[in-house]
Write a protein that binds this ligand. Structure first.
Ligand code: PLP
Length: 373
């Protein structure tokens, strides 16, 4: 007799790991099944250049620290979180009271949308940019004003301020370097934005990709004003996307507002890996250089074949493929190389995540086949 769906599902979840021997379920419990997302030995592993992940993963020291921390993960380890916050603040030369850790930077980003956008509080954002905030703000009934990037890929801060001044605006979102372009908004423009925006509007500055660039953080400005929130993540250069660790840097009053949406303790292996990453004196410089070399070589290779990209200082860039981007993405996937997507504003450009040298060799081979070049 077939098992009811809920029972089958339970057995799949339990796999062979529950001690079922002797129980009525023991007879039918199967071996653990590999998670669907992990390629099995029979599947050719696709090259993943789609989510701006770091192809090197957590550093060896971070991996070791995470492994060593598992046995202690039965407790919340709040002291470890405090040590990580203090170490991060020290590295940024900011007051630890301005720093709050989250399981990923998505969490404070989502909270910012919930707190500071709504029917009476618009969002001003760029186009194209990371879309989560715009989607959440729209779902909350906020007007979302998408301002085209400048030709050079920078945020058009003057147009953004004009848009923010037209109605009550809760938030201006700036991603620097920008996702998906990897392009930079110069510091002078960001300072102009802070000085000229409406007084009641907050600025959410997302520095998820900052470590890949040569730009300085604006975290040092947070202590001087009450309307700037800077986000950082361990998901990108530190290669910890699946471990979940992010940082909000904000004035104490703003951190307290973010905290009104609830507490969420941090995964202990992420804390341990994060601390090991911060303590590695060479990691950022090494990975930044490695990423820049592979990125620039790929952009140059594409350029020689007539496919232009905006200058990028991140681990992604957008290339103009001169044809329907979605079609090219599908054709690349058929070749085993999964690249990012197009944004509605630029249907002929696609986002490419910078992988390893080997990944990019596979990318070039697939791209040549698909474009006939
Ligand atoms: N901000 C930007 C610009 C991103 O590209 C991403 C992820 O891709 C995030 C925030 C969220 O990252 P996480 O929640 O992994 O820190």
């Amino acid at each position: 007799m077939p098992l009811p769906t809920s029972r089958r599902r339970f057995l799949q979840l339990a796999g062979g790991s529950l001690a079922l021997a002797g129980s009525p379920l023991g007879a039918v419990a199967s071996k653990p099944r590999p998670l669907a997302a992990f390629p099995t030995s029979n599947d050719p592993a696709p090259i993943l250049l789609n989510f701006n992940e770091c192809p090197y993963g957590p550093s060896p020291a971070a991996q070791q620290a995470a492994r060593d921390s598992v046995a202690a993960s039965g407790r919340y380890q709040f002291a470890l979180a405090g040590e990580l916050r203090d170490t991060f603040a020290h590295g940024e030369r900011i007051d630890p009271a301005l720093v709050r850790l989250y399981p990923g930077s998505s969490e404070p980003l989502n909270r910012a949308a919930l707190l500071w956008t709504g029917p009476e509080a618009a969002l001003v954002t760029a186009d194209p940019t990371f879309e989560t905030l715009g989607e959440m703000a729209a779902a909350r009934g906020a007007a979302v004003h998408r301002i085209a990037l400048r030709e050079d890929g920078a945020h058009d801060v003057r147009a953004m301020v004009e848009a923010a001044a037209r109605q009550p605006t809760g938030l201006i979102y700036v991603c620097n370097p920008n996702n998906p372009t990897g392009s930079i908004t110069p510091r002078a423009d960001l300072e102009w934005l802070l000085e000229n925006k409406p007084a009641a509007t907050r600025v959410l500055l997302d520095e998820a990709y900052l470590q890949y660039s040569e730009q300085a953080s604006l975290a040092g400005e947070v202590g001087k004003r009450d309307d700037l929130i800077v986000l950082r993540t361990f998901s990108k250069l530190y290669g910890m996307a699946g471990l979940r660790l992010g940082v909000a840097i904000a004035p104490p009053g703003r951190l307290a507002e973010l905290a009104t949406l609830g507490d969420n303790p941090l995964p202990v292996p992420a804390l341990a890996a994060g601390l090991a990453s911060l303590r590695d004196p060479l990691l950022v410089a090494q990975r930044r250089l490695q990423n820049a070399q592979v990125r620039q070589a790929t952009i140059a290779w594409l350029g020689k074949r007539g496919f232009a990209s905006l200058p990028s200082e991140a681990n992604c860039f957008m290339v103009d493929v001169g044809r329907d981007g979605a079609g090219l993405v599908a054709a690349m996937k058929a070749q085993g190389v999964v690249i990012g997507r197009s944004w509605p504003v630029w249907p002929q450009r696609v986002r490419i995540t910078v992988g390893t040298d080997q990944d990019m060799a596979a990318f070039r081979e697939a791209f040549s086949k698909v474009t006939g070049g």
